[in-house]
Design a protein around this ligand. Structure first.
Ligand SMILES: CC(=O)N[C@H]1[C@@H](OP(=O)(O)OP(=O)(O)OC[C@H]2O[C@@H](n3ccc(=O)[nH]c3=O)[C@H](O)[C@@H]2O)O[C@H](CO)[C@@H](O)[C@@H]1O[C@H](C)C(=O)N[C@@H](C)C(=O)N[C@H](CCC(=O)O)C(=O)O
Ligand SMILES: Nc1ncnc2c1ncn2[C@@H]1O[C@H](COP(=O)(O)OP(=O)(O)OP(=O)(O)O)[C@@H](O)[C@H]1O
Length: 475
């Protein structure tokens, strides 16, 4: 695209044209810039993109988009804008030809359940519409081809490329996780969402958003920009979303839900329920999974699939690794790996366990989660009569002793049982040994993360499943 054609289609304050270079691509990262690209200088949290303009030019940038005053160089085009993040989105959408408009796009937001819900939708779209793309915490899947993504919600210029790569493979159904950071930072600006799903909201990321109102407002950006909105009406913030968007469809167990789960029966490893009269069976006993599946059912039904067809397809969906995943053992004990890492997720999983057996939870809390998490998770263990085995989970800049003291303070507020065992393998070994047959031992928080972060962000390789298996072998 020519510079003249681009500037006709975007908002700007001023331009300085000094070359006729053909523009192919845009980036906000000087390290990713290639010959002829546009570099957008973004004011970040840690750094300021304006500092990297020279690096971007060295790497071949011929056009610079900026927000603050800068020095000009010969033969480089400059575009001054009011808001660089907004400009990055606008430029990317124009350069890539708004690919999202040619697709059915589903966005999933909420504190818990984004990956599980999105992956269920991806599975159903593949089964029902032939193929699909899924973008989120577990990476990008174009059809079945996986690649890593640095963020849950990638930058807009990366997303638009993924959309176009999907279209080249004749994939026109896409689901993506919309994180609150991504929404606030315009990573999704201009994307044409057919469906916006809101799963739930509970305390998380307050280091970034400061208040729950701000956090909720960030999540609402997805719904504001979606043609159809689907919300969890059992969640207090879902109710709030419904008062804001009165036309949204709802799911839940409550009477007023458009997609309502009734007649819920838990079996040993599956759950049966009805949705609007149609029978469903899912391969999990986690209560939270009913909500994630309802969101997926509502979405696919709105796309045109019948409840009966969705029910049939869901029966063979095995679920995701580390989401209430059973670990095989000969001890007759229920050993489960789960990626719970917020107070609400801990509560949700504790509520799912049968009440006539004992539950042990092996977990730590990572060093940069807000300290309130530690107390609340301690409370959740004690309230649910769960024996907490407090161990290590990404201490980062904090340390095991300090984090553990704060969790224990939360347990002591209510009164509950706990043991402190710093080494994760030792902690698992202890919990499995202490449990009786039939009891549940939950290994929480690490899930599929294949590292442990010590001394800041230094990564040491770690594998939760392998560690659990070693602990089982030691019995
Ligand atoms: C706090 C936060 O959200 N940070 C994200 C944000 O960084 P930033 O805008 O603050 O950027 P910065 O590091 O200050 O740098 C400023 C600018 O200089 C540029 N730069 C920097 C260095 C350089 O050599 N060259 C260069 O051009 C950067 O590309 C950036 O444009 O924009 C970057 C590029 O888009 C993101 O990679 C980065 O994610 C960091 C890695 C991160 O940890 N983010 C987390 C908090 C996050 O976004 N998480 C959510 C999921 C949350 C959940 O669990 O639900 C996610 O979507 O991943
Ligand atoms: N609907 C839900 N309500 C409460 N807790 C949930 C729900 N869905 C999942 N969880 C809990 O959260 C954990 C992580 O699930 P999932 O990966 O789907 O969430 P997420 O929102 O994508 O998380 P993140 O983006 O922070 O990685 C699960 O292992 C489970 O413990």
């Amino acid at each position: 695209m020519t510079f003249d054609s681009l500037v006709e289609q975007i908002d700007y304050i001023d331009i300085k044209k000094q070359n006729d270079n053909e523009i192919k691509s845009v980036s906000n990262n000087s390290k990713l810039v290639e010959e002829g690209d546009i570099f957008v200088a973004v004011l970040g949290k840690l750094s300021d993109g304006h500092k990297y303009i020279d690096d971007a030019i060295k790497n071949g940038a011929k056009t610079i988009v900026y927000q603050n005053d800068i020095d000009f160089k010969d033969e480089i085009n400059y575009i001054k804008v009011a808001d660089s993040r907004y400009a990055l989105a606008q430029i990317s959408n124009v350069l890539e030809g708004y690919p999202s408009k040619k697709m059915t796009v589903v966005g999933v937001t909420g504190t818990n359940g984004k990956t599980t819900t999105a992956t269920t939708i991806y599975y159903l779209m593949k089964e029902i519409y032939g193929n699909a793309t899924n973008i989120g915490t577990d990476g990008t899947f174009i059809g079945d081809e996986r690649s890593d993504t640095a963020n849950t919600t990638p930058d807009i210029y990366l997303l638009n490329k993924i959309f176009n790569q999907s279209l080249e493979k004749n994939i026109d159904h896409v689901v993506l996780e919309a994180s609150s950071h991504g929404l606030i930072q315009d990573r999704l600006n201009g994307i044409d969402f057919n469906y916006g799903i809101f799963t739930n909201l509970s305390t998380e990321h307050l280091d970034y958003h400061k208040t729950m109102d701000e956090y909720f407002a960030a999540k609402m950006i997805l719904l504001e920009n979606s043609k159809k909105r689907i919300v969890n009406i059992d969640d207090p913030y879902g109710k709030k979303a419904k008062t804001k968007f009165t036309d949204c469809l709802t799911f839940g167990k409550e009477k007023e839900a458009d997609y309502r789960a009734t007649d819920i029966v838990k079996n040993e490893k599956t759950t049966d329920f009805k949705v609007n009269g149609v029978d469903f069976t899912i391969n999990s006993i986690a209560d939270y999974e009913i909500y994630n599946k309802l969101a997926a059912i509502a979405t696919l039904n709105n796309m045109g699939a019948s409840l009966e067809e969705i029910s049939e397809k869901l029966k063979s969906f095995k679920g995701l690794p580390s989401r209430f995943q059973y670990v095989e053992n000969d001890l007759e004990k229920n050993i489960i790996i789960d990626f719970a890492h917020t107070p609400r997720a801990f509560e949700a999983i504790f509520e799912s366990i049968p009440k006539d057996v004992k539950t042990y939870a092996v977990f730590g809390i990572n060093g940069d989660r807000n300290t309130e998490f530690r107390r609340l998770i301690g409370n959740a263990c004690a309230k649910n009569d769960v024996f907490a085995v407090i161990t290590t989970d990404d201490p980062k800049f904090d340390n095991y002793e300090h984090i553990t003291d704060e969790i224990v303070a939360g347990i002591d507020e209510i009164g509950g049982e706990y043991e402190r065992i710093e080494d994760r393998l030792e902690a698992m070994t202890f919990a499995i040994k202490k449990a009786n047959p039939g009891d549940y031992i939950l290994m929480l928080g690490k899930g599929e993360e294949h590292f442990m972060k010590f001394h800041g962000n230094e990564k040491t390789p770690y594998n939760e499943m392998e560690t659990v298996k070693k602990a089982i072998d030691r019995q």
